[in-house]
Design a protein. Sequence first.
Lengths: 341, 341
Amino acid sequence: MGRMRSGPTLDDVARRAGVSTATVSRCLNSPDRVVEETRERVLKSVEALGYTPNFAARVMAAKRTFTIGAIIPTMENAIFARGLQAFQEELHRRGYTLLVASSAYRPEVEAEQIRALVSRGADGLLLIGHERPGTVYDYLERQSVPALVAWSHDAGARLTSIGFDNRAAMRALTREVIAQGHRRLAMISGVQAGNDRARLRVEGFRDAVDEAGLAAMPVVETPYEIEHGAQAFEDLMALPLRPTAVLCGNDVLGAGALRRAQDIGLDVPREVSITGFDDIELARIVSPALTTVHVPHRDMGRKAARELIDMVEGKSQGRSETLATDLRLRGSLCPPDPAIG
Amino acid sequence: MGRMRSGPTLDDVARRAGVSTATVSRCLNSPDRVVEETRERVLKSVEALGYTPNFAARVMAAKRTFTIGAIIPTMENAIFARGLQAFQEELHRRGYTLLVASSAYRPEVEAEQIRALVSRGADGLLLIGHERPGTVYDYLERQSVPALVAWSHDAGARLTSIGFDNRAAMRALTREVIAQGHRRLAMISGVQAGNDRARLRVEGFRDAVDEAGLAAMPVVETPYEIEHGAQAFEDLMALPLRPTAVLCGNDVLGAGALRRAQDIGLDVPREVSITGFDDIELARIVSPALTTVHVPHRDMGRKAARELIDMVEGKSQGRSETLATDLRLRGSLCPPDPAIG
DNA sequence: CAGATCAATGTAAGCGCTTACATGATCGTC
DNA sequence: GACGATCATGTAAGCGCTTACATTGATCTG
């Protein structure tokens, strides 16, 4: 039944090198505090024994883990992959290790994962979005674990955030669609419960629709999956007054919508325009390429890492930052065909 | 400078509940060994204090972490996301936690990550592919950490593997392409160094070409990225005897090739057929959809988790398994146009 | 050249848990 | 009703490290 690994310990190394464990420890952690000759002997002994320090023991004694935890909604979606990659590269550069967990967009799983990472001694935490039970924030505070939110920005939130304005971005995109002449829009949103990004995007959509003096437009809500995007799109196309432009909550939904449009014989963008959000690679791969909102994922990841480490090391109390997004106009959007409109 | 979190300890809980630390520990780990009334009191105390066990301390004392480590080449690519998701779901079901690290396809980074995970007390390790320095296997053996290889199968390898036959799969696909009448093929492979999947796929391609009595076909090697796939494709199209079918080492390269074909005005599949490998979602999203090799990622992940846990728990010495793959014929492949051939 | 200073190393006290073993209470049995 | 089982709980010994403090010998200083 899974006996513990039996690798050599500091003690073994020390004995073999004829020094004390303290000296071995110093060789490994602050080599310049040990004289050359000794150090060499010790390192040789480490090498010979194939010694690997026991992380748990080190943590217990040193009270630092140099580990940062991140909890993302899903790994199966490229949205977070890129930003997280940049995040981890920056952490690595600063000597930290990243532990990733995913919550499957379920708040209770997220809470559980937060506990797991704190329990593992994460020096700091990266979370996605602001929307979660207040008890989570209480817990973080009590454990005094610094945490940072990414992918969303909210000045009034309890946590520092490195993100972008989801609402304004979606509003800008919707304005553009309207400016191109569309009057019958629809939106396919991700599930809004517990997901402020999704919610804010819908609000941005409504903002633009309202300010243009248009009647309320249909918004359907569906999980962030290609197949669901496809189905939602098909449903929208069955509406009596078929929309001429369908704005999707992210590129994955957009790609699904686009694919289904082609499958049911609709010409995009001539008969219907489709847009996405995030600007992941997928947006440029599909044909026509998706008009979308470009989010600086890598930049966000890098900056989040820097700020979080500063917080962990007590160099910052938390400085929020809003990153700029911009529209990427591509083939999937064009003015509506007057013959159809 | 990052003082340690100061959460309550077992001792605090014990004192507050008026019991010994042993009793608290038992309440948490084997509740039935504690009488109802005491347990209640203790749990109330845990609740009130917001106690979270210190993982490092627990590991030190119990010598088990219930943690499995996985090192994948990259997170930025959907190839591993799906299988890993299934892997982690199964682990979770069995009470284990997954720690993920990525190696960026660099062997020395992988070795470092392996050490990091072992140091963190991983009870077992999931690795991708068989090709790595023998010293890594020696190390794993000395530390007696069970490890399992996925995404590749090799009967003669030192590690148990749950994978599929990359070579046979690619051979089958190539045979199909040839059967459809193509005589001028080319392959865009991923980087083969240190990547047995890539190498075996090239071998499979060559097998089929040879057995059909055709002359050697061009194989270009490039990183697994859309843009590189596109560039490689363009280079192949510039060849004096332009191939009528381009087989790609994976779907990402395939999608890049397809995209570039469309950008430079080539009709796929009429003027050139393109195939992928892996059958990730992307393969079905692009238009025309990619003919590809379907790999049972989820199944592989689930089975790998089961086998690895059995190994960790001493219930298995390691049973390798080869999973079946199958061809998914889609729009990107058709017989060559005789007018062009 | 005595005394202070300093660099290199050793000594040993924990870090917060788990668990083998000890203890004491309760209960059933002949 | 005395004795051994049985059960709930307590006691305390580590797990493998780091680090404050102690020690030792060498090097300075006046």
